[in-house]
Design a protein around this ligand. Structure first.
Ligand code: PLP
Ligand code: COI
Length: 356
């Protein structure tokens, strides 16, 4: 039996953002957080919503030394009628459990995770922003919090959810991004952890990201870690290419994060009559298609990034400029269809919405 959620409300509510148009991503946090603990032999216990505050951890906690950590990202959206809804939260809960399994951590019942998200968002309802392009970003996280330095799975875990009222992930909103195709560093290798949402993947990407930023790029597009031959994904989003009028994306295997936005866009595109292909994409194929004029668009997909058009992709000294630096028609159509469902402006024939 999973525990009831105790609710302890803050006595000192924070000031809500006055100007929602300048929120940015993940900079402000709401008044409360959800927490539940796991101890081997006892199971999950001590579930509560309490005031948002720093965590107390042993300096010997395995998360701090060996990165036994997993996380998720999803959003609560405000509809025009004022109601609040979540987009495919059970998919995030299932993916968290898949990451838990990969990182030798305990799983947590999917329905219970969704109930925790709904209960927390209900408490934080006033923190869900109203302005177009904004939402309350939820960050479910699980960390190993035992007290022991041996390298093996911990016997004590903390799962928590924090909420951040957020706007666009990239500083220029939905404007086309500039991407460096990375040729020196790799993100994921066969048999590694690339397909799971664990902090180590992001730590490993920081140096390439920082060097790319210094050279004027927004993100890095990773190639496979074996041959530097196939395109994989970008640091915080999956990649889609419009090739010969078809929507093409790389297969997940064990190197690419199985994005929930990716899966949703593949379905929306197919239902709009587009041919959708999930297959290995060679970098040389992209250059050849670009020369021929059959690579017409590239865009990223992700919870934080939504649908993010790519204006330019550079590999060493070669460059591909796409859609005349504008938002391409497929990216725009996918953005409109997805955001329409997420915000309740369009009907939801797929049952992707969970009311709060
Ligand atoms: N790839 C990576 C590495 C990510 O961090 C994310 C963000 O969650 C995605 C892809 C997109 O996944 P989703 O659409 O589930 O947010
Ligand atoms: C998300 O889109 O939810 C992510 O987790 C991406 C990133 C901010 C790490």
């Amino acid at each position: 039996m999973l525990p009831e959620i105790q609710i302890i409300k803050t006595q000192n509510p924070k000031q809500k953002p006055e100007d929602e148009s300048t929120l940015g991503f993940g900079k402000r946090f709401s008044d409360h957080m959800f927490l539940i603990e796991y101890t081997e032999g006892i199971g999950w216990h001590n579930a509560r919503i309490e005031p948002y505050a720093p965590l107390q951890l042993s300096p010997a906690a395995p998360v701090l030394h060996y990165a036994q950590e997993i996380f998720e990202g999803l959003k609560a959206y405000r509809r025009a009628d004022g109601a609040v809804q979540l987009f495919r939260p059970e998919e995030n809960a299932k993916r968290l459990n898949s990451s838990a399994e990969r990182m030798c951590m305990p799983t947590l019942d999917v329905e219970y995770q969704v109930k925790a998200m709904q209960t927390l968002v209900k408490v934080e309802e006033d923190w869900v922003p109203h302005c177009e392009g904004t939402s309350l970003y939820l960050r479910p996280t699980m960390i190993a919090v035992g007290e022991e330095l041996g390298v093996h799975p911990s016997n004590h875990y903390l799962y928590f959810i924090i909420c951040s009222p957020s706007g666009a992930y990239y500083k220029n909103g939905m404007a086309p991004v500039r991407i460096r195709i990375e040729d020196r560093y790799v993100r994921a290798v066969r048999g590694g952890i690339g397909a799971w949402k664990t902090g180590g993947n992001y730590a490993a990407s920081l140096k390439a990201g920082a060097e790319a930023a210094k050279d004027g790029f927004d993100q890095v597009l990773w190639l496979d870690g074996r041959e530097n031959r196939y395109v994989q994904e970008v640091g915080a989003m999956n990649m889609m290419f419009v090739l010969d009028g078809k929507l093409v994306t790389a297969p997940i295997e064990d190197c690419i994060l199985p994005g929930i936005t990716r899966k949703s866009i593949m379905q929306l595109a197919a239902d709009k009559g587009m041919t959708v292909e999930e297959r290995p994409i060679e970098l040389t194929e992209l250059f050849e298609a670009y020369e021929k004029g059959t690579l017409t668009e590239a865009f990223g997909t992700g919870t934080a990034a939504v649908v993010s058009p790519v204006g330019e992709m550079c590999y060493k000294d070669r460059s591909m400029k796409l859609s005349g630096g504008k938002i391409g028609p497929v990216a725009q159509a996918m953005y409109d269809a997805l955001v329409g469902i997420q915000t309740g402006a369009l009907p939801d024939p797929y049952n992707w919405i969970t009311p709060v």
